[in-house]
Design a protein around this ligand. Sequence first.
Ligand code: MN3
Length: 199
Amino acid sequence: MSFTLPDLPYAYDSLQPYMSKETLEYHHDKHHMAYVTNGNNLLKGAEWEGKALEEIVKGSFGKNAGLFNNAGQHYNHVHFWNWMKPNGGGKIPGALEKAIIDGCGSIDKMKEDFIQAGVTQFGSGWCWLAVQNGKVVITKTANGESPLVHGATPILGCDVWEHSYYIDYRNRRPDYVKAFIENMVNWEYVAKMYDAASK
Ligand code: MN3
């Protein structure tokens, strides 16, 4: 199985004013496309050729940096497009809301800590909600890494590479991560990943 670039699940201009059409055109059509193209080239002849994406990500971590970086970023972005939606934010589905309160203290505290994780990730990377040992936790990772390679299952991630926000927010990463967690999240998709991770 080779990597393919999925279509965005909404129109390029539909996340405005929080994320512009221009950002999505560059981020999806150029950046994500490059991870797909480079990943496919590096997968050719590698021992993980033909494996499922999650197996490639976990298997190549620490063993094949070039393949891992591209496969990891492909995995992260496939979900990232779905972690956002037009008119996002709002009510968190019941079982997930309960698990977040249980793991993070409260919804407000989760948002505060998620923003803090995104802001304090030095350089490129991601901040996350993940399920670890049955609990919802907040983490951050560098570059193309995700909780998947650190013994946890990601359920929500925000891309804090500059390509994700520089056109719209310039250097104001805190404003971007705040807009993401307050106004952009597709909580139904997060709940779906939470349910799968909790089984
Ligand atoms: Mn990105």
